[in-house]
Design a protein around this ligand. Structure first.
Ligand SMILES: Nc1ncnc2c1ncn2[C@@H]1O[C@H](COP(=O)(O)OP(=O)(O)OP(=O)(O)O)[C@@H](O)[C@H]1O
Ligand SMILES: [Mg+2]
Length: 251
């Protein structure tokens, strides 16, 4: 069975139904998400876009169990995240979800290799050596494994952060502006690596970004405005993403 067949047969990695998030009370209420319905296919790379304040980070945080929704449900695979207590959520995040943030969040005293293995050490899990080798191969950092973060470029540090997320084979990786702190060349490195990990390792990735070029690396782009999912496009190009953003601003 090919990877494409697997993808076609697999149920979605993440499903949100009527997801609503209200911050504050009374006059100070902000409806950050208004009954969002969206699902993210297994083995696909999806970008979330929308104007500042449209609810992108809120959506990602609710999907990842970092923030509690006001109402609605989130499923990660067959687990309903919205029904879990704090302890169960912590376990689910550790075992099924990977994170990549704008700040690389690497531990400065550990080498690249130690940083990559850290989630497995914390969970007291054995590294799958074959996967480790494959991730290192894909990440292209074989000769940098002994370096500390301060001895790596920004793009290399972010690739270490992505490798760290990949190594525990999470059901989904959430990335919030992963190239926000990078120049365009390092950003392109990280984005190609994200795309390769989807193509070659079958990883599912959901990425929030402001950048039409970054979004064009994804298989699909969904657009938020005022807490609502308003449209989406497949096989995005920088131009088609830009056109959609302009159309949304005008509407
Ligand atoms: N902790 C909070 N308390 C109150 N309001 C909040 C809180 N976090 C976010 N909001 C509001 O919810 C709305 C959505 O915010 P969110 O951070 O999800 O937007 P975003 O699309 O990620 O924006 P950006 O592109 O600027 O990162 C905004 O109006 C924001 O002011
Ligand atoms: Mg945000």
């Amino acid at each position: 069975m090919t990877l494409t067949d697997t993808r076609r047969q697999a149920p979605p990695a993440v499903v949100a139904r009527d997801l609503t998030k209200v911050y504050g009370e009374g006059d100070a209420q902000v409806h950050a998400l208004r009954a969002v319905n969206v699902s993210f296919a297994t083995g696909a790379f999806t970008a979330i876009m929308g104007p500042s304040g449209s609810g992108k980070s809120t959506l990602m945080h609710c999907l990842a169990g970092l923030d509690a929704a006001t109402s609605g449900t989130v499923h990660i695979g067959d687990v309903e995240l919205t029904g879990l207590n704090d302890r169960q959520l912590t376990l689910l995040r550790r075992e099924r979800i990977g994170f990549v943030f704008q700040a690389f969040n690497l531990l400065p005293t550990l080498t690249a290799e130690q940083n990559i293995r850290l989630p497995l050490d914390i969970a007291a899990r054995q590294a799958d050596q074959q996967l480790f080798d494959r991730v290192i191969e894909t990440v292209g950092l074989k000769d940098r494994l002994g370096h500390r973060p301060s001895e790596l470029s920004g793009g290399q540090q972010q690739r270490v952060a992505v490798a760290r997320a990949l190594i525990s084979k999470p059901q989904v990786i959430f990335a919030d502006e992963p190239t926000g702190n990078l120049d365009s060349r390092s950003g392109a490195e990280v984005l190609s690596f994200l795309r390769t990990s989807v193509r070659e390792l079958g990883q599912t990735i959901v990425m929030v970004t402001h950048d039409p070029v970054a979004a064009s690396y994804a298989d699909r782009v969904v657009f938020l405005r005022d807490g609502e999912l308003v449209t989406e496009i497949g096989a995005p190009t920088p131009q088609s993403v830009l056109d959609t953003l302009v159309r949304l601003e005008r509407a």
